[in-house]
Design a protein around this ligand. Structure first.
Ligand code: GAR
Length: 230
């Protein structure tokens, strides 16, 4: 990330982050809260939504963040829509883009332009359960653990070098909703952790794997106790 290393970060400006949302924005809120730490190495410089009714925009406004809606329908083509996203991000000097519940698939052009500067949070233990309805499919498959993953984005949907994961046990009486709620709680730990690791210069990409600085406090694993309650 722009030559960031753990040793140099103390002397660097905060990493300028753009967050893309489509909905409630609870992951955005987790980032807002984490970036409020006095020693945070990143700041949310822009929030973009593809929907004007996304509650995350209200969260952004409450936090005094700059935000904008960029509606796909106003742009006529994926290329024009994604160019509008990039223009807005570049105008704010964004260095890292974070997809936090952004529900539009991005083209290879956009992904390649932001290669290794674009991260996503996905509600499963990738590479299992790519795509939608991850919790219902995890229950249906009878897996004992599911979870969430923060990864660098590649052109193939829900793939790319994994930065942070949390495992969440699936209970016998889980519904898609109860499981989603427990996974979401871990998402709120994983996404800020991934951003912290990147902003502190502790993440490097080697082929299709991420290497995490061995000195990173807590590493890149988030482990809830198996019997953690709601
Ligand atoms: C989160 O569970 C996130 O992992 C998921 O959407 C939700 C957004 O919640 N993202 C995807 O499914 C991406 N394919 P939030 O708006 O409250 O952060």
């Amino acid at each position: 990330m722009g030559g960031r290393t753990a040793a140099s970060v103390d002397h660097m400006a905060r990493l300028r982050v753009g967050v893309l949302i489509s909905g409630s924005g609870t992951n955005l809120q987790a980032l807002i809260d984490d970036c409020a730490r006095p020693d945070a190495a990143s700041e949310i410089a822009l929030v973009l939504s593809n929907r004007s009714d996304a509650f995350g925009l209200t969260r952004a406004a409450r936090a005094g963040l700059r935000s904008r809606t960029i509606d796909y329908r106003a742009h006529g083509s994926r290329g024009a829509f994604e160019q509008a996203l990039t223009d807005a991000l570049e105008a704010e000097g964004i260095e890292l883009v974070c997809l936090a519940g952004f529900m539009r698939v991005l083209t290879a052009d956009f992904v390649d332009r932001w290669r290794d500067r674009l991260i996503n949070i996905h509600p499963s233990l990738l590479p299992a359960f790519k795509g939608l309805d991850t919790h219902a499919r995890a229950i249906e498959a009878g897996v004992r653990f599911t979870g969430c993953t923060v990864h660098f984005v590649r052109a193939e949907v829900d793939s790319g070098p994994i930065i942070v994961q949390a495992a969440v046990p699936v209970r016998a009486d889980d519904t898609a909703e109860s499981l989603a709620a427990r996974v979401l709680r871990e998402e709120h730990r994983c996404l800020p952790l991934a951003l912290r690791l990147i902003a502190e210069g502790r993440v490097s990409v080697a082929g299709e794997r991420c290497l995490i600085d061995a000195a990173a406090p807590g590493g890149a694993l988030v482990n809830p106790a198996p019997d953690a309650q709601e």
